[in-house]
Design a protein around this ligand. Structure first.
Ligand code: BES
Ligand code: ZN
Ligand code: MN
Length: 496
């Protein structure tokens, strides 16, 4: 029997904005902090609450604290009301409602799949957007299963005083959260399904028929012809050949608009190759294409938002496996454009295929800026932990833009140095560059990549830490997190 895998993209709740509450739909009331005024500020549905419920509301208010009241009513606190609190509140609410629905379903009771959320009067677009991100992503899950799952929230209505003030922000937030959800789907797909051909084909399928978005999948013959030696080396040990996905977003009338190139590591599984990884934790390497997933998802969102700039997405896809045809430590590999790398560890495969893609982007597209995203080094994960991405940049203004974009969408970045003292370590005796120069691992990898950027404004996002989570927090659930997808979309939206 074939594996019953979910169809990608998996569905997520819709979020709409209205001034008029509906009858017979479960109601959640957003509760402002109790401790500031001593009084809870309640949303427009509060008049439906009985005095006991209002008492309960006063005791609520911590971000993400959810209380169920009789009659399918809920209270959710948003604490200090920072954007993160709103994301956390939306996520906690949808989780609580879904858990309740699952229990009702198991008990044979009817379940509503809609929810309306009464916003406090002083809401604004940023808060509503953050709440929407939490509502869309908090209930996310990905399971490969033979049993049917319980019904979950499929539509949410935000009830507010002035819908027109926040509708556009909420719509964009839902599009961006959808990009996160898709990036999670791609990362979570097991590698017995997700080989390079599947990943490239899925990108092509999802982008087909979208005006202004064109996707081309380059096969191994094209890669040989164009000298993508790094991609071919990494993919050479696998039974499934490598691919290069090129997604091109061109807005109408935008032929002179700024041009960004996003490049994502698309390693569909990383065994380490001949320099094989230990068995412990190797299964996590099915998410080693999370950077590529973020790029694919971002391009789809950018096209959906019809952003007025040119964006190209490049995702080199390969499986880093070991076999008689795998590349070896000691090999010298020629990249796109002619530069050569002395291989010392086949587990440093990400930089091998990114080098080709960066050189190709710089030469073929001469973009205004290029940004690569990759689960590149275990060293980065150790340095910053699991909730912050490492940001390297050859250009301060690009670094600043990425930092601001991340802050706006709830993805944190920490700037790392491209240390001059380590820059010469990437030189090799027998090739142009040395793959693993030693020293600080994440920085060494970034310095290696910089050699292929042709001095274009460039940033490198190492998401080895935050690309996956073991825990549930804020809008994140265990598994692939989709980290970086929203930052890329926000960066593009704010670029022009
Ligand atoms: N995909 C890994 C990096 C990684 C590790 C991502 C843990 C997420 C969690 C990457 O391909 C890798 O193996 N890097 C090596 C580089 C080393 C051989 C120079 C590493 O970090 O150990
Ligand atoms: Zn890897
Ligand atoms: Mn590796």
């Amino acid at each position: 029997m074939s594996t019953p895998v979910p169809t990608v993209p998996t569905p997520f709740p819709t979020v709409d904005v209205t001034a008029k509450a509906r009858r017979n739909t479960p109601v959640a009331v957003v509760v402002m902090p109790v401790d500031r005024s001593g009084d809870a500020e309640l949303g427009p549905g509060a008049d439906r609450l009985d005095p006991d419920a209002v008492e309960a509301a006063r005791a609520t208010g911590k971000a993400g604290e959810v209380r169920q009241l009789p009659g399918n009513r809920w209270l959710v606190g948003i604490g200090d009301g920072e954007p993160r609190d709103w994301r956390r509140a939306g996520a906690a609410l949808v989780r609580a409602v879904d858990a309740n629905a699952a229990a009702d379903h198991d008990a044979g009771r009817t379940v509503s799949r809609s929810l309306q959320v009464m916003m406090p009067p002083a809401d604004n677009a940023d808060r509503a957007a953050a709440l929407a991100v939490g509502l869309v992503l908090g209930g996310y899950r990905f399971r490969v299963t033979g049993t049917r799952s319980a019904p979950r929230t499929s539509s949410v209505l935000l009830v507010v005083d002035e819908p027109e003030r926040i509708a556009a922000g909420v719509r964009d937030a839902v599009t961006m959260a959808g990009a996160t959800a898709l990036a999670r789907d791609l990362a979570n797909m097991p590698s017995n399904v997700k080989d390079p051909v599947w990943l490239a084909g899925t990108a092509a399928r999802l982008s087909s028929g979208i005006p202004g978005l064109a996707t081309v999948v380059r096969d191994e013959a094209w890669l040989v012809e164009h000298g993508f030696g790094g991609v071919l080396a990494v993919g050479g040990g696998s039974a499934t050949p490598p691919r290069l996905v090129e997604l091109t977003w061109r807005p109408r009338g935008g032929s002179r608009a700024p041009h960004l190139v996003f490049i994502g590591k698309g390693v569909t599984f990383d065994t380490g190759g001949i320099s094989i990884k230990p068995a412990d934790g190797m299964h996590q390497m099915r998410t080693d294409m999370s950077g590529g997933a973020a790029v694919i998802a971002a391009l789809l969102a950018i096209a959906a938002m019809k952003l007025p700039l040119r964006v190209t997405g490049l995702v080199p896809c390969a499986e880093n496996h070991l076999s008689g045809s795998a590349y070896r430590p000691g090999d010298v590999v020629r990249h796109f454009g002619g530069r050569t790398t002395e291989v010392t560890n086949t587990d440093a495969e990400g930089r091998m295929l990114l080098a080709d893609a960066l050189a190709y982007a710089a030469q073929r597209h001469t973009p205004d800026a290029m940004v690569d995203v990759a689960t590149l080094t275990g060293a980065m994960k150790i340095s910053l932990g699991l909730r912050i991405g490492g940001l390297f940049a050859s250009c301060d203004s690009l670094a600043a833009r990425i930092g601001v974009a991340g802050e706006r969408v709830g993805e944190a970045w920490w700037r790392m140095p491209l240390l001059a003292d380590n820059a010469e370590d990437v030189r090799s005796q027998i090739a142009d560059v040395r793959q693993c120069p030693g020293g600080p691992g994440a920085i060494a990898a970034a310095l290696f990549l910089r050699e292929f950027t042709g001095d274009r404004p460039w940033a490198h996002l190492d998401i080895a830490g935050p690309a996956r989570s073991e825990a549930t927090y804020d809008e994140v659930v265990p598994g692939g997190t989709g980290f970086a997808a929203r930052t890329l979309v926000r960066l593009a939206a704010d670029y022009v």
